[in-house]
Design a protein around this ligand. Sequence first.
Ligand code: PNW
Length: 489
Amino acid sequence: MTATPTRPFPSNFLFGAATAAYQIEGAAHEDGRRDSIWDAFSRVPGAVINADNGDVACDHYHRYADDVALMKRMGLQTYRFSTSWSRVRPDGGAVNAQGVDFYKRLVDELLGADILPWLTLYHWDLPQALQEKGGWANRDTAELFTEYALTMHDALGDRVNVWTTLNEPWCSSFLSYTAGIHAPGHYSVEEGMLASHHLLLGHGQTVRELRARDESLNLGITLNFTVAEPADPNSPADLDAARRLDGQHNRWFLDPVFRGAYPADIVEDFRAVDAAAVESFEKAVQPGDLEVISAPLDSLGVNYYHGDLVGGTPSANPPRGGDAPTDRPSNSPFPSHEGIHNYERGLERTSMHWEVQPAGLTALLSRVWSEYAEPAGTVLYVTENGAAYDDEPVAEDGETRVHDDERVDFVRGHLGAILDAQDAGVDVRGYFYWSFLDNFEWAWGYEKRFGIVRVDYDTQERAVKDSGLEYSRIIAARALDAVPASVAV
Ligand code: PNW
C-alpha cells in the first residue's frame, strides 16, 4: 500500500540550493580576475580564522560541470549563485571577457541540466580597486554597479530570467563598514549608513535599467532578517529593544525598498548615537534617490537563519555568546545597540551558536508578506536558510557518508514552517538551502560547514550528506511527509 503524500508543496514551488562566488569558486588569480575586498581582507592578520582565504575554496571554477551534474542527480530545480564583479570588471571598469565567459559556461551547463539559473549580482566581492576609492561609502560605486549589472545582462539576458541585485545589504554595509567583521573591515557608523544607501541606490538603478531593457525579467533583492521578540511582551523596555533591533536589521532595508523612506524612528536613534554620521547620511540621500530605490519588484528573497529574544535590561540568564572567529576587534553592527540585551530561550543551537527556531520563519514570512510584499505585488522566496554543524564524515562501503541528523531536522523543520506560512495565505514560492556545498564561511573560513554536500578540501571530493539525500527525497515527493525511503543520487 502506498501512503498518500501529505503536506504537499504547490506545483509552482521551486526547490533549490544557494552558493556565492567568493565562497566556492577559487581560481582567485585566474583568467584576469583581480582582488576583491575579500581577497584583500583575508590577508589582514586576524581577519579570517586560520588565515583562510578563497584562493581555492571548492575549486568550483574548474569543477562547475561536475557540480551541476550533482545538482541534477539530487533533483534541484533551481540554483542560486552569484557572479563576481571582480572577474567581470576586475578593477570596476573595463570588461574582462574571460570572466564573463565563465558565467556563460555555467549558465549553459545549468540550462542543459534543466536547472533554473537564479543569478545574484552582488554577494560581497567588490573589486578592491573600488574600495580604494571609498567602496560603498562612495556614491560612484552605485553607478559602477549598474554598469557591471548591464554587462552581465548583455552576456546572459537571453538565458537568465531571474536577477537578484544584492545579497543581504545589511551585511555589506553594517557588518562590513561599521562592525569591522566583514570586508573591508571598517569601524564607522557613517560609512555603514552611507554604504547602505549607496547599495540600495545601486539596486534601484539596476532594477530601473534592467526593467527598461526587458519587462519580462523577474527582478528582486535578497534581504536578511532577524525576528526580534521582546523577552516580556508587557515590558515597555523590552518592546523598545525589539523595536530597535527590528528597525536596524529589517526595516532599515524593507522601508526604503517598499515604502520609499528610511524608518524615521531609527534615523533618530542613530542621531542620538552619532549626529555627524546622520548629517552626512542625510546629505547623501539626494532628491529622487528614494523613488529609484523603491522601484517595484517581482520577488523578494528572504534569508532566515535565526531570531533574537531581547530585553531592555540585562538578562539574569544571558545566552552564552557565540565566540568571535578571531581576536581582531569588532564593534556592534547596530549603531544603536546600547540597552539591547539578548535573552536565552533554551532552543537548540547550531555550531554558529545560532538558535534553531523554524516557527520564526513562519512569523517572518507572514509579517513581511502582509506588511510589505503583498501590498506591492511582490512574491516571496526563501533564498537562504541553513545550518552549520560539526559534521563527522564516516567511510561506509567505500563511500563517504555524513549522518547529519540535526541538519535533516533543520531542513524538514523549516520546510514545514514554509508550508505553515502558505496555509496562512503567504505567497512564498521557493526554498534555497544554504548551502549546496560546504564553503568559505567568511570570517569563519572553512571551519563552519553549511553544505548538504560535504567538500573534502584536500581532495575536493564531494559527498552528499544525509541531509542532501533527505532533501532529494522531499523534492522527488514534492511533499514533506510520506517521502520515499530512498532516491538514487
Ligand atoms: C549569509 N551575521 O551571511 C550569507 O548570505 C552567506 O554568504 C553566508 O555563508 C550565510 O549567511 C551563513 O552565514 C551572513 O553575522 C553572515 O549576522 C553573517 C551574518 C549574517 C548573515
